[in-house]
Each structure stands twice: as structure tokens, then as C-alpha cells.
Write a protein that binds this ligand. Structure first.
Ligand code: GTQ
Length: 371
């Protein structure tokens, strides 16, 4: 006799209803929903065309001004399926991506927050981000850190619109109930010369003032990561394909904090990939999620059997635990910048990666971008 038979259906119903009303639950029904066999999530793969994003961003340039009408002039990427769950500003469950515009002469005032931020420069020159007062000038392809809780402001001294990507760990920090934000009292953090100091610090050698050690830890002593140097490293790497070609990412570099050897930002990982013409990577999946920006080139990424075609400027979402592979379909090199939540998965011991059993996926459908 099963234990069930000692109790009537009515009694059983009463038992479960009573338990529910007492805010208790039967694990024998729910374990599978809590401790899933594999990562379960609501993050949808998606792609935005650069023209669509840029048009909305430029229009914002006509209708509002940072420092006056808004803290920042930014259009963010919204994951469609996460919006259905009320998660506003989520690109993935952990990561946020915004596209910021600063017009000549404009200023976005100083503030700080517990979210970390990385910036990737898309268009323009002559603007700077000041991080704790140090001006770091922006050029296309550069990556600039605003480590968590550092004061930062943006100013444009150039003549053309300046557009960049902001990558923040908004979802992660929100779900950990750890968000703090504070504006700087008068908006201007005192300038700490020299400008670009931390970008150049280790650029041509490794020196510190006598007697001063570079302490291992965060934030990184480097704030600005120059595109010309990233590109140089990638070009050198492709001269020794055997040693340097990654089966899943082509030629790929990660931006690091030289004092730890780990990710440049403590929680947001960042990577630049170079794919040679016709280069087709193998498919794999991993626990961490990522947001991609196409710096240069033309090609596609297949995510869980769906083909996402991309070209210069486009953005796309790589959800957690999703099969993916990249192809360069153009005649020039393709460069893909991405940022991710891998450092968090690594430090928590949650990162896990799996190769696709067949090496490549079957393409079942082709993504067409929205309206
Ligand atoms: O430039 O400091 O896209 O604080 C979102 C939050 C940009 C910024 C964003 C921010 C910023």
C-alpha cells in the first residue's frame, strides 16, 4: 500500500491548501522547478540594426539635453521577452546595454553607482569620460572602464556627435538588491591631471614611482584600453594560428586588469574577436551571457539554430546556455566586441562550457529584426 492511500482526496486537498495558506510548500512537487537539470532563463536572443538604434539616438539629440533634461542621453536595448516579465532595461538577466550620445559642447554631470560600467566607443572623437577626475579621451574602438562606485562625468570638446556603448551589470546588481546611486554635489568632480594617465601607464613599459607598488586588486589601474593596441595584438595572434586560434571565438582577446590577471572590470568581462574572411567557428554553449557589438565586418551568428545576420554597428544578445557559432561572410576582417557576466560566474564557481556534439548547428530559421 502506498502511503497516499491512508488519506482521502478531500483530506489531501485540505492538506495542500492549508500548507499554501501557511506559506509552506511541498518540495516533492517543486524540486524540479527549483533545482533545474540545466540553466533555465527568459533571455531571448535578439538583434538590433545599427541604423534603427542610431536614428532613435540622434533624434534624442534634438529633443533633450544631458545635464538639463536628463542625467544621461541614452537609448537602451530592451530584451523583448524580459520586458514581458517587467524587467525594464534588461539586455540579459544580468547585463544592460545603452547607446549614449553627446553633442559638441555638452556635459553629462558627475555621479557614481554600485553598478560597474564599461564603455565602447562607436563614433566621434574629442569627448572624454573623467573617472575620479582623470580625463580619458575617447576614440572609436576604445574600451573605457568606469569601475563600480567611481565618480564619472562625460564632456564633449570635439565637433562631431560622439556615440558610445554603455555596458553595466544592471540586472545582476538589481537582483542582488545592491544598487546605490548618488550624484556629485555640484556635478563637477575636481580635475585630477594628467589626462589619459592610467591609459598610458603601462602602455610602453611597466613603471611605477619609486617605492610605490601596484597593489593587486580592483579597480584596475588601467582605465582606457586603446583600439589600435587591441588590433595590433589580434594581428600578431593570427600570424600563429596553431597557438592562437580559438575554436569557438576565432582570434579573441580579453581586456584584463594587469594586477590580477583577471577581467578588467571586476564583474563585467569584455572581449574583442577577430574573424578572418570565411572563418567559421565551432558551436559551443556556456553559462555566462553576453551582449555583442559589431565594430567592423559582415557575417552571422547562429544561436540555438537561429541565424542572426550582422553588419557594422549592429548589436545582438547571446543568452546564457545557448549554442552559438560565428561566421565572417564578408571579404574583410570582422571585429566583434562583447561584454559578459563571466567574471561573476567564474568567481562563484558557476561557469561551465560545453562543445556542440556535432561541431555545428543546423540552421532552422533566420532572424528578421523588428518593425
Ligand atoms: O554614463 O554614467 O547608459 O550611469 C546608464 C547609467 C550610462 C553613465 C548609462 C549610467 C550611465
Amino acid at each position: 500500500m502506498s502511503k497516499k492511500e491512508v488519506i482521502t482526496d478531500t483530506e489531501l486537498k485540505e492538506y495542500y491548501d492549508g500548507m499554501k495558506n501557511s506559506y509552506l510548500g511541498p518540495l516533492w512537487y517543486d524540486l524540479g522547478h527549483m533545482v533545474t537539470k540545466e540553466p533555465v532563463h527568459d533571455v531571448e536572443p535578439y538583434l538590433w540594426k545599427w541604423k534603427t538604434i542610431r536614428d532613435y539616438v540622434m533624434k534624442a539629440g534634438e529633443i533633450l539635453e544631458p545635464g538639463k533634461d536628463a542625467e544621461r542621453r541614452v537609448v537602451y536595448l530592451q530584451n523583448p521577452n524580459l520586458l514581458k516579465h517587467g524587467l525594464v532595461g534588461y539586455g540579459t538577466h544580468t547585463l544592460y546595454a545603452g547607446i549614449q550620445l553627446l553633442l559638441p559642447g555638452e556635459f553629462a554631470p558627475s555621479h557614481h553607482h554600485s553598478q560597474g560600467a564599461i564603455r565602447f566607443i562607436i563614433e566621434g572623437s574629442g569627448a572624454y569620460t573623467a573617472v575620479n577626475g582623470e580625463k580619458v579621451y575617447m576614440e572609436r574602438g576604445d574600451m573605457i572602464l568606469t569601475p563600480a562606485w567611481t565618480w564619472h562625468e562625460h564632456k564633449h570638446e570635439g565637433t562631431e556627435p560622439m556615440i558610445w556603448l554603455d555596458g553595466l551589470d544592471v540586472g545582476l546588481v538589481k537582483n542582488l538588491a545592491a544598487s546605490f546611486f548618488e550624484p556629485y554635489e555640484n556635478g563637477f568632480y575636481p580635475e585630477q591631471p594628467p589626462e589619459n594617465y592610467s591609459t598610458e601607464k603601462f602602455a610602453k613599459g611597466a613603471f611605477v614611482p619609486k617605492g610605490k607598488k601596484e597593489k593587486p586588486g580592483y579597480p584596475s589601474p588601467i582605465i582606457g584600453y586603446k583600439w589600435e593596441r587591441a588590433k595590433y595584438v589580434l594581428e600578431q595572434m593570427s600570424k600563429s594560428p596553431k597557438e592562437n586560434e580559438d575554436p569557438y571565438d576565432g582570434y579573441a582577446i580579453e581586456y584584463i586588469n594587469p594586477t590580477t590577471g583577471g577581467s578588467a572590470d571586476e564583474r563585467i568581462g569584455s572581449m574583442m574577436q577577430r574573424l578572418l574572411p570565411n572563418q567559421h567557428t565551432k558551436a559551443h554553449r556556456h553559462v555566462h551571457s553576453a551582449i555583442y557589438h559589431v565594430l567592423e565586418g559582415k557575417g552571422s551568428t547562429v544561436i540555438n539554430g537561429q541565424k542572426f545576420e550582422w553588419e557594422r554597428g549592429d548589436f545582438f544578445i547571446l543568452p546564457p546556455w545557448s549554442w552559438h557559432e560565428h561566421v565572417n561572410e564578408g571579404s574583410e576582417d570582422a571585429y566583434l566586441f562583447s561584454f559578459n557576466d563571466k567574471p561573476v560566474m567564474d568567481i562563484l564557481g558557476l561557469e561551465y562550457e560545453e562543445a556542440h556534439p556535432e561541431g555545428h548547428q543546423k540552421i532552422e530559421k533566420v532572424f528578421t529584426p523588428g518593425p
